[in-house]
Ligand binder design. Structure first.
Ligand code: A2P
Length: 274
């Protein structure tokens, strides 16, 4: 836990101001600790200088559970509201929060009831904006058909091997901002694809992947515990990719199905249709 707090604190010192956490990651408490430390040491004057995102776990996606889940997250974070609260996935699982689950653990996902809870979070001032993660187009369409407040963000896995062109197009047309998790392919353990960091088509892979996402209007959530890489990943402003570079990336063959991502995003998007 100290490792996470230290990495976040170092990132704050370098100027990072947007932090993405989730009740599933168990990084809310370390983030809260890092915020207190940054305020004590004068790096921040208060937490309003940050943009904090957290997420509703799949174990809590049912009516009556949403507001209490966010209150618990806020208490872990030690703050009064989050800037963005997201449904972690369009899925409900039985029992405790966890990364890995089987089809037997999955219960019907109540899109309407869960979203009403998210809207309540907004109305109570506990979340400045609300959105979703890992929602494919059909689930977004259904959500838009019943939402009083439309989702402001859809956070999905996106990188040069899984460019999500159709989804980005749909979100753009419906004024839903796209956030990219694992823009560098992630660690490849529960999701993501390590192949991204070895793409022969792209030199200086990390900053080009991040800049490429930014130029598509997508915000990026790169993760690193390494101070040098934290610095490198910030160097994506004040320059542009050339047309050739954009063209080369657009031609990279896309992984599909099981190869695209072996983990969280795959079963949610493709296997489990509840
Ligand atoms: P580390 O923490 O050792 O830096 P993603 O953000 O796509 O989920 O990717 C995170 C993975 O990519 C982590 O394993 C992280 O390792 C690694 N990573 C982050 N930034 C860079 C970079 N600039 N160059 C190479 N690897 C990076």
């Amino acid at each position: 836990m100290k490792l996470i707090e230290t990495a976040i604190f170092e990132a704050m010192k370098l100027g990072y101001r947007h932090f993405d956490t989730a009740s599933l990651y168990q990084s809310e408490h370390p983030l809260g600790q890092a915020i207190s430390r940054a305020i004590r040491s004068g790096i921040l004057s208060n937490c309003d200088e940050l943009f904090i995102t957290t997420k509703l776990a799949a174990a809590d996606t049912y009516p009556g559970a949403v507001v209490p889940a966010l209150r618990k997250s806020l208490s872990e974070l030690g703050i009064k509201y989050v800037d963005l609260y997201l449904i972690h996935a369009p899925v409900r699982v039985k029992g405790e929060k966890r990364y890995v689950f089987t089809k037997e653990d999955v219960m019907p996902f109540d899109s309407k009831g869960t979203w009403e809870g998210m809207e309540q979070c907004y109305e109570l001032g506990l979340a400045k904006s609300i959105g979703v993660c890992n929602f494919p187009i059909d689930k977004l369409k259904f959500l838009l058909s019943h939402a009083k407040i439309p989702p402001s963000v859809n956070q999905v896995e996106m990188h040069p091997l899984w460019q999500q062109n159709e989804l980005i197009d749909f979100c753009r047309k419906n004024c839903i901002h796209v956030g990219a998790y694992s823009p560098l392919g992630g660690t490849g353990s529960f999701w993501g694809n390590r192949g991204v960091l070895h793409l022969k088509e792209i030199e200086e892979i990390a900053r080009i992947c991040l800049r490429w996402a930014l130029e598509r209007g997508v915000s990026v959530l790169p993760k690193s515990f390494n101070k040098e890489r934290l610095k490198e990943n910030k160097d994506i402003f004040g320059w542009r990719l050339s047309e050739d570079e954009v063209q080369i990336i657009s031609l990279i063959p896309q992984l599909v199905g099981d190869d695209a991502s072996h983990g969280l995003a795959r079963p949610i998007n493709q296997d489990i249709n509840v």
